[in-house]
Structure formats: C-alpha cells, structure tokens
Design a protein around this ligand. Structure first.
Ligand code: HEM
Length: 375
C-alpha cells in the first residue's frame, strides 16, 4: 500500500510537472506577445517622435532665418569656435554675412557683425534684445540678478538704471572724483618713472590704475584685502566664471555632469560667498561711519546708495541691501576692464602711429606749460 501510494504520488507529481510546464509555456507565449506589443508601441512612438522632429526642423528651415554654417548634432557649431571667440566669429561672418545664426549646443546665438545690423538690433529692436542671458552663475553671484546688467527689462530695471545714471554716473558726480583720478595717475607715472627695468607692463599698470580709481569712487577708499591682493583676484575669478564657456551644461544640458566633475558648482558657491563677505564688510563699514559721524560727507557710491535706501519714492521702489551690493558689483565689472582696455588700445594705436603720438605729446606739453603760465 505504501509503495502504491508512492507510485501514485510519483505519477501525480509528474502530471503536475507536465501540466505546470504546459501552463508556463502558455504564460511565456503570452509574455512574448505582450513584449512584442510593447516593442511595437516603442517603435511606433520613436517613429512618431522622429517624424515630429523632422517635420518641425523642416518647418524652421522654411522660416526666414539668417544663414548658418552647417552644424553637428548635439554640439551645433561649437566645433567651429576657437579659443579667441571674436576671431572665430569674424571669419565665420566673412562667409555667412553680417547676420548669422549659430547654435552653441542647444542655444541659438545671433551674431551681428556690421554697424547697420547692430543699429537695427540696438535701436530699432532694442526691447526684443535688451535682456542679457541669465544663468545659474549670474543669478548666484549677482544676487538673483538684482543688478542693472542682468535684471530683466522691467520697472525694477528702469529704477535701478535711472539711479545709476542720475545719481552715480552724472557729469557732476564724475567731476567730483577728479582728485581721485589725478592722484592715481600721479602714482602710475611715479611707478613708471621709478621702474628699474626697461620693460614696463602697461596692461598691469592700467588695470591697477582703473581698479584703484573705481574702487575709491565706489567704496571711498582702496580696500586692502585680508589675503594680499585677493580682492582683485576675486574679481578676476568672477570674470572667469562669467566667461562664455565656463559651464558646458549651459549649452549642452546632457553634459551637466562635466560641470559637476569640474567642481563648478562648488567654485560658484565659494566665489559668491567671498564676494558677498567682501561687499557686506564694505556696507557695514559705511553704515558704522555714517552712524558714528553725523557730518559724514564722503560721497562715494556706497554712501549715496545707502542714502537713497532711506528715502521714500513715489514709485514704491525700494533699494535693499542686496540691490546695493549687486549695483556695486556691476560698477566694478562695467568700470575697470572697459577703461583699462581702452587705455591699452589707445597706447597701442599711438605706438603704431608715431606722427599722432608726436602731435599728442606736443599738445600735452603745451597744456602744462600754459597751466604753469610759462607760455
Ligand atoms: C572706456 C570705458 C567704458 C566703456 C567703453 C563703457 C561702455 C559701456 C557700454 C557700451 C554700456 C552699455 C551696455 C549695454 O547697454 O549693454 C555701458 C553700461 C554701463 N556702464 Fe560703462 N563703459 C565704460 C566705463 C564705465 C565706468 C568707468 C563705469 C563706472 C564706474 C561704468 C558703468 C556702467 C554701468 C553701471 C552701465 C550700465 C550697465 C547696463 O545697463 O547693463 N562704465 N558701458
């Protein structure tokens, strides 16, 4: 009985195995069908997306877009841009004309390279093109773009810009800093005169000159930093972060991880914190000088902006501390390099044109002789 029971059990087991392997086959068939159905839908979906993309790209091809050099998938025209952006753009513009459309990765870039086309953009279509591109970097460093340069065209922008133009950069205000300019230029000449070496690096001296002038006009004095010359180094670091290709993720979003690997986010945080600590110190210094001295008359940009902060306006515009710090940062970036580059180009042009250099020297001599009453 025991053996029969075992045989029966064995038979039942085998039958179950056969039945269950049959069921598995049916399930497997069903899964296979489902799988092919899924594959079919994936293929259909991809073809639809492809057709959609193709049709929309074809549609843009028929739009009246400016000429573009042929571009590669993903990187667009980035491979045609060398280390000197202006030189690459110039040679591309020679082939594609004064209005040319490039793609920096996924970002369309309109390149304008003639005075007429620039006039159209800056004057006729000013509003369309007036905003600068805002990135995570500019947002972080310029206090969520509360400055003039990166703020979107809006009532806020109008108020801040008008404050800069009428209160900080008016003719009267610029004139009020003439002693600052004279002192700093005298220092530059002294540096050149005392220079033992026959070769003088004028680029460095001009940068130092304009940096000192802007610093004294904006902050009231030359701020020596805690770590040697790290204040100018900080400005240089911000300039580096603001350069076109500091972040590849801005142009090719799928390559955001390259920025991450380069430690860009960490660097932006560090630089933004250091810039803020510096400006915070400047504002606090001014606030305590104003609080401790009623007759405080130093009219540098920070004290002017702090004074405006206390005034009520009809427009409801109020200038908070972040706005003051952002505007001061703008003044540094708008004022230092522009002026020193201008001086550098002027000297280079004079060296290339000795006749004009000679004429200018005579004019300067005559001016000083006349001033000293010797003519
Ligand atoms: C030779 C020297 C300079 C040149 C060639 C120059 C050029 C310019 C240009 C072309 C703009 C208009 C930018 C735009 O609308 O997109 C501008 C704006 C501005 N500049 Fe100057 N600048 C010079 C010196 C200075 C100095 C010394 C300061 C301040 C101390 C300054 C402060 C500003 C400010 C605050 C703006 C407004 C920024 C904006 O609207 O985006 N600039 N400058």
């Amino acid at each position: 009985m025991v053996g029969k029971k075992n045989i029966n059990a064995d038979y039942e087991g085998k039958r179950n195995t056969i039945v269950s392997s049959g069921q598995e086959r049916v399930t497997a068939m069903k899964m296979l069908e489902q799988y092919s159905l899924n594959l079919y839908f994936v293929a259909l979906f991809s073809v639809t997306i492809f057709l959609y993309k193709w049709l929309t790209t074809r549609k843009t091809a028929f739009k009246n877009l400016p000429p573009s050099p042929p571009k590669l998938p993903i990187i667009g025209n980035l491979h045609q841009i060398g280390p000197d952006l202006h030189i690459s753009l110039r040679s591309l513009a020679q082939n594609y004309g004064p209005l040319m459309l490039l793609n920096f990765g996924s970002v369309p870039v309109l390149v304008v390279s003639s005075a007429d086309a620039a006039r159209e953009i800056i004057k006729t279509h000013d509003l369309v093109f007036s905003d600068r591109p805002i990135t995570q970097i500019t947002n972080r460093i310029f206090y969520r773009s509360r400055d003039v340069a990166f703020s979107r065209y809006s009532e806020y922008w109008r108020q801040v810009k008008s404050t800069c133009v009428t209160q900080l950069l008016s003719r009267k205000r610029v004139h009020s800093f003439h002693n600052v300019r004279e002192e700093e230029i005298a220092l530059l000449i002294q540096n050149i005169t005392c220079s033992q070496s026959k070769i003088v690096n004028l680029s460095n001296l001009f940068s130092e000159l304009t940096s000192n002038v802007v610093c004294r006009a904006a902050l009231g004095k030359k701020y020596a930093s805690d770590k040697g010359n790290s204040y100018s180094y900080l400005l240089w670091e911000v300039t580096d972060l603001l350069s076109y290709f500091s972040s590849i993720g801005n142009y090719i979003p799928s390559l955001f991880w390259v920025d991450w690997l380069k430690g860009l986010k960490w660097k932006v945080e560090r630089v933004a914190n250091e810039v803020d600590a510096f400006l915070e110190r400047v504002v606090e210094d001014h606030q305590s000088s104003i609080a401790s001295d009623n007759s405080y008359t130093n009219k540098d940009f920070v004290s002017i902006l702090l004074e405006i902060q206390t005034q009520k306006t009809d427009t409801g515009f109020s200038m908070d501390k972040d706005c003051i710090k952002a505007v001061i940062l703008d003044i540094f970036f708008a004022g230092i390099e522009t002026s020193s580059t201008n001086l550098e180009w002027t000297i280079a042009a004079l060296i290339k044109n000795p006749d004009i250099m000679f004429k200018l020297k005579n004019e300067v001599h005559c001016y000083f002789l006349e001033k000293q009453g010797r003519m």
